[in-house]
Design a protein around this ligand. Structure first.
Ligand code: SF4
Ligand code: MG
Length: 324
């Protein structure tokens, strides 16, 4: 297994107390596989990704327990210097906002080229040639001319392609993309997602796609982990989830996907707000918002029930949900 996260717990110290941002997350991704991590903001998906990358703000963040195995080595036991080496060359991250992740006063060619100069000791000239090659790879038209331009001279979609090129530069084994297309409009979203999926297959990388939008990942993910209040509440192969969700929260997310043929129609959105992580509701954390909630849900926290060998659901009534 390329990456395996085991029983991860992350806490944040705030003025008002301790917020449990991640509460016992287990997930894995193999080479050539795409895992989509889905949830609303505040569900713990970005924090999980930051813990894997080793870029959590610490303090106030603290990994309270767990293991993060990358190629069988626990990253949490490595020295910061070793960690940095792995982060540079073997795993890379793509963020939502390319404009703030790219350096505004360096041409994109210099930024891409620098990856090779710094990490592989290439000359500036060779770095530049590599930059053009990468820009071609992510299908930026007229790469040879545009290599001299600055980030603000590119459209949002093209900037996100540059971010993908940066992430790919050193051919990492794992890429984590946190809401990579959220800032883009719908057609551009699909193109960027398609490109990412294509490169992932070609390079046989592990890809973790973090998103709040199930619609975006439908065609590219192999499996999905749905997070709520710092836990994984459903995890399954993507086609299983689309066939029938085994958790009411997943069902709510599925019913919230905007569909082109539904334009103008009101979408079902899940009522209410995600919980304050300092006061996670007792029992099932989703119970205040759940249309299927019963008495037991307010007192007994559901474990991740085994729905099948490859599927889990943290709902006492997963059978009903699946068949209902
Ligand atoms: Fe809803 Fe109860 Fe299932 Fe939680 S355990 S998702 S409250 S039905
Ligand atoms: Mg986030």
């Amino acid at each position: 297994m390329l990456l395996e996260v085991r029983d991860l717990h992350v806490e944040f110290r705030t003025r008002d107390g301790v917020a449990k941002a991640v509460n016992g997350v287990n997930c894995s991704v193999d080479a050539g596989e795409t895992l989509a991590v889905l949830g609303e903001s505040g569900s713990g998906k970005s924090v999980t990704a930051q813990a894997v990358m080793g870029i959590l703000d610490m303090p106030p963040g603290r990994i309270a327990a767990g293991e993060i195995l990358f190629r069988e080595r626990d990253l949490l036991k490595l020295k910061e210097e070793e960690r940095r080496k792995i982060r540079g060359a073997q795993m890379a991250m793509i963020f939502q906002d390319a404009l703030s992740s790219l350096n505004p006063v360096l041409s994109v060619g210099d930024q891409l080229g620098e990856m090779f100069v710094v990490h592989q000791g290439m000359s500036k000239k060779d770095g530049r040639a590599k930059a053009i090659e990468l820009m071609d790879r992510v299908r930026i038209p007229a790469a040879r001319e545009r290599v001299r331009q600055y980030p603000h001279q590119f459209s949002g979609g093209m900037r996100q392609r540059i971010m993908i090129a940066m992430a790919l530069a050193l051919e990492p084994a794992l890429i984590i993309a946190d809401e990579p297309t959220t800032a883009l409009d719908v057609t551009v979203q699909a193109q960027v997602m398609e490109l990412l999926a294509e490169l992932q297959r070609e390079y046989h990388m592990g890809l973790i796609l973090i998103t709040h939008d199930l619609g975006v990942v439908a065609d590219v993910a192999d499996k999905i982990a749905v997070m709520y209040a710092g836990r994984i509440v459903e995890s399954a192969p993507v086609h299983d989830i689309y066939k029938a969700p085994a958790h009411p929260y997943t069902r709510g997310l599925l019913e919230s996907i905007p569909r082109l043929d539904q334009k103008g129609q009101e979408l079902y959105a899940i009522k209410g707000l995600p919980p304050n992580l300092m006061h996670i509701p007792p029992g099932c954390a989703f119970h205040p918002r759940c249309p299927m909630a019963r008495d037991v849900c307010r007192t007994d926290e559901p474990p991740l029930y085994e729905v099948s060998e490859v599927r889990g659901s943290a709902c006492h009534f997963w059978r009903e949900c699946l068949h209902g």
